[in-house]
Design a protein around this ligand. Structure first.
Ligand code: SF4
Length: 443
């Protein structure tokens, strides 16, 4: 049934980077006068932004497309899985259109063809900060698209292309709009945040009349002048990441670094086509911590990569024990269709992968828990995420939303999400901290 104002349903799957793409499409839809529908029944068509990173994500995306077809019948597919149009069309031949990741214009063209925009769109309906899917007080700020690395387990470069950095002035304007709209934490994301500007040779740009290089250090410093937390996600272990540590020491950005390291054995890292000098990485971590004792390090690892021997896995565990990272995610290697690593010899049997993953988690859980226990007695400023009847949920500088732990403050408090309060840490669990406010925050 067509409505007087055309209505689009939107489903966003996948990682924070895909979420940013969704926000852009939603912003464009609203700019053109489309209404958004929260239900299948109320929508004239449904756009699904898919993820195709690992096989489970492909399944989830195909299931979501199937459900939308059953419930609504008119579906446009975009995003990472859209880069594999054949696979989508084979599973669901009735979809209206399939477009690839960050193909905003193509998605919009497909929407226009299936559901023409209203004649008189009120562009002013769109707030300058765009439409966002994250809670009002934090937002993801995407600084580049694509990736110029060729890690053998990853197909993102073939889906999203080589690195393309956004102009620094444009990124700063978006950040300013977000902060003006109430955002208190900016999460800087990209496939590889630290590569920002490499593609344009750190070209100079402008922000508020000031020259600024297209470089992570300069961007982070300028972002740090806005009244919001700035958190760096997805940094590749480049040497120049060292440059941002002084910005953490000086309080410009949060003392938090998310740096996927993937393994601790030089041979496995070489097979992954990643930087393999693990000793040097450990040395850098040591130096960073000396300079910035509050630094919280998050990383992700893959266990059971093809050819990984027991000895190499042990080297990974030794690396973990030595690095003592604060937050760690781990995955058993899963062959992604099209990834070069699938052709490597000696795949690790599934049961061995699972057994190694369990051993890995056991070692790391102890480290993470000990690091959280060390925080007991410390005072810290936390950002309130959610206020319940008998407790509030907040996050400290070391906790990224959705992936890290939380700071739980028991009691009923007169406070709003997005407020900052100072607390004292009084307890620690495996992932979360318990805290009490240092000053009364009720009347
Ligand atoms: S750096 Fe990340 S996005 Fe780029 S190829 Fe490697 S895993 Fe993929």
């Amino acid at each position: 049934m067509a409505h007087s104002t055309p209505r689009v349903g939107f489903i966003s799957l996948g990682c924070p980077k895909a979420l940013v793409d969704s926000e852009r499409i939603l912003t464009q839809l609203r700019a053109e006068g489309y209404a958004l529908s929260p239900s299948y029944a109320g929508a004239d068509l449904v756009v699904i932004n898919t993820c195709g990173f690992i096989d489970e994500a492909v399944e989830e995306s195909l299931d979501a497309i199937g459900e939308a077809l059953r419930e609504n019948g008119r579906v446009i597919v975009t995003g990472c899985l859209g880069a594999r149009a054949e696979q989508v069309r084979t599973a669901h031949p009735e979809v209206l259109a399939v477009t690839g990741p960050h193909a905003y214009e193509e998605v919009m063209a497909a929407v226009h063809a299936a559901l023409p925009p209203p004649h008189d769109p009120f562009a002013s309906l769109v707030p300058p900060q765009g439409i966002r899917l994250t809670p009002r007080h934090y937002a993801y700020l995407k600084i580049s698209e694509g990736c110029s690395h060729r890690c053998t387990f990853c197909i993102i470069p073939s889906l999203r292309g080589d690195l393309v950095s956004r102009p620094v002035g444009e990124v700063m304007q978006e950040a300013r709009n977000l902060v003006d709209a109430g955002v208190r934490e900016l999460l800087v994301v990209a496939q590889d945040t630290s590569a920002y500007g490499v593609d344009v040779r750190y070209r100079p740009g402008f922000w508020e009349g000031r020259p600024m290089r297209t470089r992570l250090h300069d961007l982070a410093k300028a972002l740090g002048e806005l009244p919001a937390w700035v958190r760096l996600m997805y940094c590749y272990p480049y040497p120049h990441v060292d440059e941002v540590i002084p910005l953490m020491v000086e309080g410009h950005i949060l003392p938090y670094l998310d740096m996927p390291l993937q393994h601790g054995s030089p041979r496995v890292l070489q097979a992954m086509r990643r930087p393999a000098a693990t000793e040097r990485v450990l040395d850098r971590i040591r130096r960073w911590r000396e300079a910035c004792p509050d630094l919280v390090l998050r990383s992700t690892f893959i266990v059971g990569f093809p050819g990984e021997t027991e000895e190499e896995f042990e080297a990974l565990l030794d690396f973990l024990r030595e690095a003592r990272l604060d937050r760690v995610g781990a995955f058993a290697y899963s062959p992604v269709e099209g990834a070069e690593a699938n052709r490597l010899p000696d795949p690790v049997p599934g049961a061995v992968k699972q057994e190694r993953l369990a051993r890995f988690m056991e070692v790391q859980e102890e480290i993470s828990a000990a690091k959280l226990r060390d925080k007991i007695g410390q005072r810290m400023v936390v950002l309130v995420d959610d206020v319940g009847e008998d407790r509030l949920l907040a996050r400290g500088p070391g906790d990224a939303p959705e992936i890290d732990g939380r700071v739980i403050v028991d009691g009923a408090w007169e406070i709003d999400p997005g407020d900052f309060i100072e607390v004292e840490i009084i307890g620690a669990e495996a992932h979360d901290l318990h805290a009490a406010p240092t000053e009364a925050i009720t009347e």
